[in-house]
Design a protein around this ligand. Structure first.
Ligand code: ADP
Length: 229
């Protein structure tokens, strides 16, 4: 599902070359759930941008769901972002003038899915995240945790193979964060998508069977926890 081979991204700065990602290799299988932690500046955003098809590596290979992102053109990357990828952000990024239902539906309509197809899919996703009862509400009528669960429904609506989350609980109190964590655990247990969460939170990191710790542009450790006991 995800194959990183000697992935390197450097930036030139006045004082020299910054190796934001330095020879990173990693494999994740379909349905895997991984968290990425590490200090500020260790390369987490750089890796997310590459996985998100928003940046290209300086060298090395990055394959997601069969697509070679390191050599993909703009058209392929646009298709990848619309069809293979879902992203959840720290600040939810819901559209304030649209209802919960409309927020989840919008990316599907924008990519050309029919209303007939989107209506049941939106209902299914709101049910998955436990937000069906708020479908007609506007974002400002929701708690932060509820907004984030709507954002998760929106990210999953297009059936992405890969769901990326960038500090998804970074703006939430612990009670709301716990609800969002439950939602991610449910997605992972149903293997709805391969899930990668970048987080500073130890409790979020501990949710995942695959725990990746980065430092100085490299993967310092990858722990795979077996939950089957
Ligand atoms: P993190 O997300 O873990 O905080 P980043 O991926 O943002 O880390 O950054 C990794 C390193 O690359 C840092 O040293 C950062 O300063 C550098 N970096 C990131 N983006 C740029 C850029 N556009 N130009 C120059 N240096 C950058």
């Amino acid at each position: 599902m995800i194959e990183l081979r000697h992935l390197t991204r450097t930036y030139s700065s006045g004082t020299g070359v910054v190796r934001a990602l330095d020879d990173v290799s990693l494999d994740l299988a379909p349905g895997d759930f991984a968290t990425i932690t590490g200090p500020s500046g260790c390369g987490k955003s750089t890796l997310l941008n590459l996985l998100g098809g928003l940046d290209t590596p300086t060298s090395g290979e990055i394959r997601v769901d069969g697509l070679e992102l390191h050599r993909a053109g703009e058209r392929e990357l646009t298709h990848y972002r619309r069809h293979t990828l879902g992203i959840v952000f720290q600040f939810f990024n819901l559209l304030p003038a649209m209802t919960v239902r409309e927020n989840v539906e919008l990316p599907l309509l924008l990519r050309g899915d029919s209303q007939k197809k989107t209506t049941p899919r939106v209902a299914e996703m709101l049910d998955l995240v436990g937000m069906s009862h708020r479908a007609g509400h506007f974002p400002h009528q929701l708690s932060g945790g509820e907004m984030q669960r709507v954002a998760i429904a929106r990210a999953l609506a297009g059936r992405p193979a890969l769901l990326l989350a960038d500090e998804p609980t970074g703006n939430l109190d612990s009670a709301n964060a716990a609800h969002v964590c439950e939602t991610f655990s449910k997605i992972a247990s149903q293997k709805i998508a391969t899930l990668i969460i970048v987080t500073h939170s130890d409790s979020v990191a501990a949710l995942a069977p695959v725990r990746i710790h980065m430092i100085d542009g490299t993967i310092l450790s990858k722990h795979v926890i077996n939950h089957s006991t």
